[in-house]
Design a protein around this ligand. Structure first.
Ligand SMILES: [Zn+2]
Ligand SMILES: [Zn+2]
Length: 194
């Protein structure tokens, strides 16, 4: 039991408070690709808005990522507000956009009604979908991360190296090119024509 399954019978007596902390392996649907996640806390309140049930809450937790520049282990803390709408029964075969708009109990038009069967509502699946959808596409250990040196591989946050790269135009661009031009004047088209 993850604490994310809400018995419909409990909702008949009014609102239902949810506060559950769920590890990734309990949240992950069977067959889904693993997410590098810590324990996710799902907090909020389910209320009955006939014929629907509306969950208003938040997800908090941590993604475990690698910095895109220096590969350092990086924790990305998240907090997502969620509004999930459920309805008992089978989903209509063709979703009618007009009927969706009649749902005026929540001011968030972006939520879709999720249909469920049986005696309980499972918050695990929408929580998982949210976490997959909102997983960061870019991760930096810090905004100013200097990354790895492409030549020697040193982590420039920890040990600046002496490698010259195209990222240092002052050191390489000016001195380097004029030095080459002096050694091989024929290589510079401007000098050779004049
Ligand atoms: Zn980094
Ligand atoms: Zn280097």
């Amino acid at each position: 039991m993850s604490g994310l399954k809400i018995p419909v019978s409990a909702l008949e007596r009014g609102a239902y408070e949810v506060d559950a902390s769920v590890p990734e392996e309990e949240l992950r649907p069977e067959g889904a690709k693993q997410l590098a996640l810590g324990v996710t806390r799902v907090r909020g309140r389910m209320t009955t808005v006939p014929p629907r049930y509306v969950f208003l809450g938040e997800l908090t937790g941590t993604y475990f990522r690698e910095c895109d520049r220096c590969l350092a282990d990086t924790e990305v803390v998240f907090r997502y507000d969620v509004v999930w709408t459920f309805q008992h029964g089978v989903a209509p075969i063709s979703a009618d956009p007009a009927s969706e708009q009649e749902l005026d109990e929540t001011d968030s038009g972006e939520t879709e009604t999720m249909f469920f069967e049986g005696a309980e509502i499972d918050l695990g699946l929408p929580a998982w979908e949210e976490l997959v959808l909102l997983a960061p596409s870019k991760t930096l250990c810090q905004d100013t991360c200097a990354g790895l040196c492409p030549q020697c591989g040193a982590n420039r946050n920890e040990s600046p190296c002496d490698c010259k790269t195209e990222e240092d135009p002052d050191e390489f661009g000016n001195d380097g090119l004029s030095g080459l031009a002096n050694l091989f004047p024929d290589l510079d088209p401007k000098d050779s024509k004049e």
